[in-house]
Ligand binder design. Structure first.
Ligand code: MLT
Length: 411
């Protein structure tokens, strides 16, 4: 009989969002009259349509496929040159960051890339994640065998957790113990915190000194409003020798269903073999893509490319304004409940401290049962998330207005 990957059996609980969906479905069954009133602010899934410039480009690309002369078969596994060039030009070189087109790898999204990266890294790396954390970084390392068993108090034996709390502005410091691989996410999911240049420089300095790899998840970078904040880890000198950056078109382009993102792997970046030889990660990642995937489809890449057109930029900035106005309104709604609120100013997530003596899941239940609002319990993101909940700003204006009204009515 076939053997299974037993590391999967260590996974502590179901993935957070399906677990929330299960609890909401249970409530809908028990309270059918309330079901229609439910407003979902849990998972960060976009609600607004894809912008016209992108839709137009995707329609034209579909037409290409209907004609023998313009038909396209397999795409290049790592992305069409036109898209890699636009990404490198607009997201990096226009900001003075030296990234070559072929250091950009187009993919079906940063969530997948975060997990797949482990395929080119050796087993047994010591891994550090922040707490609270986007669960994908943890679970993919458990699946890869980089941890031991789940701990009763949360987390996994062998996984280093870096506490992100109110006291440090939800920005952890580099760990004191030796680590090979660390995940950073800014603007942060779930806390909505951001990191400044000085903070990021500290991380890069630490990573270079300890020869650690930083996976920098910048999926929410387009939501940064503060012009002083770094947009990329590669703004920091030396980061091209210690970091990989992942980005996504899911949230700024409305591509959560379409699927497209990218990962930047600099050519200078190296790992090592067990016998100490240094190996560039770029070649391994390229090889991984060429073997494992046929890339992202023509219509999707044409659509992603249109995000960088003048019309695409203007239209998506309006979309981002929409979600960030939602975030400001949700902050106000929570404050009107007398709660302490974080995030939501340079990130689409509002992170809220539960009332004294109420835990995350109890608050989730209270908001669901009393106001039919679905949030994400902070405890689902780790031990330090206990006592908080997250509200996603990805929603229609009408829904956000209704959420705020219901919150006010709960006071
Ligand atoms: C979230 O709600 O945390 C996001 O939707 C997760 C994701 O982008 O995969």
């Amino acid at each position: 009989m076939v053997l299974v990957n037993e590391h999967y059996l260590k996974l502590a609980a179901g993935y957070l969002f399906p677990e929330i969906a299960r609890r909401v479905a249970e409530y809908e069954t028990s309270e059918p009259a309330a079901a229609d009133r439910i407003i979902r602010c849990g998972i960060g899934d976009v609600t607004e349509p894809i912008v016209p410039a992108v839709v137009e480009a995707m329609h034209a690309a579909i037409d290409d496929l209907a004609d023998r002369d313009t038909f396209r078969g397999y795409p290049p596994p790592t992305g069409y040159d036109f898209l890699r060039n636009s990404i490198a030009e607009h997201d990096y070189r226009a900001r003075g960051i030296r990234i070559d087109d072929d250091e950009v790898f187009v993919s079906d999204g940063s969530k997948g890339d975060c997990g797949s990266l482990l395929e080119i890294l050796g087993g047994g790396n010591r891994v550090a994640v922040s707490d609270p954390v986007y669960p994908v970084y943890v679970d993919t390392n458990v699946m890869a065998g980089n941890t031991k068993e789940a701990l009763e108090e949360g987390g996994y034996d062998g996984l280093v957790t870096m506490e992100a709390r109110e006291e440090n502005g939800f920005v952890p410091k580099p760990p004191a113990e030796p680590v090979d691989l660390v995940y950073l996410c800014f603007p942060n999911n779930p806390t909505g915190s951001t990191i400044d240049h000085a903070g990021l420089r500290e991380w890069v300095r630490w990573a270079l000194e300890h020869e650690a790899l930083v996976v920098y998840d910048a999926a929410y970078v387009n939501f940064i409003r503060d012009p002083e904040l770094p947009r990329s880890i590669f703004e920091i000198e030396g980061a091209d020798r210690c970091a990989i950056e992942t980005r996504s078109f899911s949230k700024n382009g409305g591509f959560t269903g379409v699927r497209c993102g990218y990962t930047v792997v600099p050519k200078k970046l190296e790992g090592r073999t067990r016998d100490g030889r240094r190996v560039p990660l770029h070649g391994l990642w390229n090889r991984r893509w060429c073997t494992r995937s046929n890339g992202v489809s023509w219509p999707v890449q044409r659509g992603a490319h249109a995000l960088y057109s003048p019309e695409g930029i203007e239209q998506t900035s309006m979309l981002i304004d929409h979600y960030m106005t939602n975030a400001a309104m949700l902050r106000g709604g929570c404050e009107s409940m007398g709660l302490r609120v974080f995030g939501g100013t340079d990130a689409p997530y509002v992170w809220v401290r539960c009332p004294e003596g109420v835990d995350s899941w109890a608050m989730f239940d209270r908001l669901l049962r009393k106001a039919q609002i679905v949030t994400t319990p902070g405890a689902g993101f780790g031990r330090c998330g206990e006592g908080y909940f997250r509200i996603s700003a990805f929603n229609s204006r009408a829904n956000v207005e209704e959420v705020v009204n219901r919150m006010r009515a709960m006071v």
